[in-house]
Design a protein around this ligand. Structure first.
Ligand code: UGA
Length: 442
């Protein structure tokens, strides 16, 4: 049955959720305080790159199932379920999560909830937040109104956001009543009918499922990157090692790609906020290892900078370095905490003449790192380079022709910071090929 849903916050998570809920057959109202975002979405433009999303947005703005507003009053009047999808970035000067936006939604929406409604939180929050918000909602909702809270974390990956929302690995429903559970089951009825497992639980467990999942994924990446450090010292090859241990189903092959490490708007800030929250709860020791996970991850960036310096003869001053990739991962134009841009900026600080190219993230990169040099194409980034760094594994880079590129470089030297290029093909084409997690020059 079709429900009336609002999705509050139309950033990455919210825009995707709104569009996908319309695709499931619901009437959806997207809400944001930023009139520019709302204007773009109304005009059928997704303000970031995500495969499939723009077509679905067009489909559902045309069908009339998806509308957008900046008015909380309209949202409260319309919605049976309000999905809370605003960001929880890292707080300035601290490791903890900044809950300003989450709190602001509850403050703005609560007083308008004159009809029975369920507010379902999807943002990644420190454990304990949902219980606090539920208390606040009860205080704010007008007398006699039945406004309830639920916690329904989101696990979508950028680049796969639509399919992760429509066909998730699982649904987690943190609820305090059978009615809340029933309503959320109705929202996701087609997803559940397709066989998606549903885990129903309490608020703190639901909140923790999300942070634990991201902490595990970050740990897996840092584990393989720690192995990469050992492989570099011991003359071994981490990509072969990862393949071999990945055959063991208990370990699994996914998220074992060694390289320049994880970035983005989620894993780095989520593990830091998780540690900060555990310390507040007096259980900091339980998550102390996550500080090491973070440190290993950041050391990989140092390693790429050092390798570039070595390959440039000990100094980066005036040396041309081509950087392939600016987004934190392929199929995204998101540059938040991007390892590629972090490395590029550090090379620039050390005097290198850096030339960055990315298939989708150029505008965002230019805005956030205006002092870097930018190329018009991969070929352009390689032109005149002392060394080329491959730091985001776009398909376009994997499909480059190393033989055609070799004459463009000043020295055909490349560091594959994502273990994604065909080493033999590049070496055969005359490139001095280096990858992370192998002995230098191997
Ligand atoms: C991550 C989680 O994968 C999602 O499940 C979660 O919902 C999301 O955070 C979130 O909290 O919103 P995302 O940040 O989109 O999703 O990206 P991932 O695909 O997890 O990649 C994160 C980073 O790890 C990227 O920089 C990627 O290049 C890196 N990575 C990934 C590796 O270095 N090695 C790997 O083997 C896998």
């Amino acid at each position: 049955m079709s429900l009336r849903l609002t999705v509050i916050g139309t950033g990455y998570l919210g825009a995707t959720h709104a569009v996908c809920m319309a695709e499931l057959g619901h009437e959806v109202l997207g809400v944001d305080v930023d009139p520019d975002k709302i204007g773009a979405l109304r005009a059928g433009r997704v303000p970031f790159y995500e495969p499939e999303l723009e077509q679905l947005l067009a489909k559902h703005t045309a069908s009339g199932r998806l509308r957008f507003t900046t008015s909380y009053e309209e949202a409260a009047e319309f919605g049976q379920v309000h999905f809370l999808c605003v960001g929880t970035p890292q707080r300035k000067g601290s490791d903890a999560a900044d809950l300003t936006y989450v709190d602001a939604v509850v403050e703005a929406l609560g007083p308008h909830l004159t009809r029975p409604a369920l507010v379902a939180g999807k943002s990644t929050v420190p454990v304990g937040t949902a219980a606090r918000l539920a208390r606040r909602l009860a205080e704010l909702a007008p007398a006699g109104a039945r406004a309830e809270l639920a916690w329904n974390p989101e696990f979508l990956r950028e680049g796969f956001a639509v399919q992760d929302t429509l066909r998730p690995d699982r649904l987690v429903l943190g609820v305090r009543s059978a009615a809340a559970e029933a309503l959320l089951r109705e929202v996701y009825a087609p997803v559940i009918a397709a066989g998606t497992p549903v885990v129903t639980t309490d608020f703190p467990t639901a909140e923790l499922v999300k942070t634990a999942a991201n902490a595990f994924l970050a740990t897996k990446i840092s584990f393989i990157n720690a192995m990469a450090e050992v492989c570099e010292a011991a003359d071994a090859d981490v990509s072969v090692l990862a393949r071999a241990i990945g055959h063991d189903e208990r370990i699994g092959a996914r998220f074992l790609r060694a390289g320049v490490g994880f970035g983005g708007g989620c894993l780095p800030k989520d593990i830091r906020a998780f540690v900060a929250r555990a310390e507040e709860l007096g259980t900091g020791r339980s998550l102390a290892f996550l500080r090491e996970v973070d440190a290993i991850n950041l050391r990989r960036r140092d390693r790429v900078v050092e390798l570039a310096r070595e390959l440039c003869g000990g100094s980066l001053l005036g040396k041309r370095v081509g950087v392939l990739g600016a987004a934190f991962k392929p199929e995204s134009d998101d540059i938040r905490d991007s390892p590629s841009l972090n490395v590029a900026a550090r090379l620039r600080l050390d005097g290198a003449d850096v030339s960055v190219y990315d298939p989708k993230a150029m505008d965002n990169a230019r805005k956030s790192h205006p002092l870097l040099g930018y190329a018009l194409s991969a070929e352009d980034a390689v032109r005149g380079a002392e060394v080329v760094l491959h730091l985001t594994e776009w398909r376009e880079f994997r499909e480059l022709d190393p033989a055609a590129l070799a004459p463009l470089a000043h020295h055909p030297r490349i560091v594959d910071g994502r273990g994604a290029l065909d080493a033999a093909a590049w070496t055969d084409a005359g490139w001095d090929f280096h990858s992370l997690g192998r002995a230098p020059g191997a």
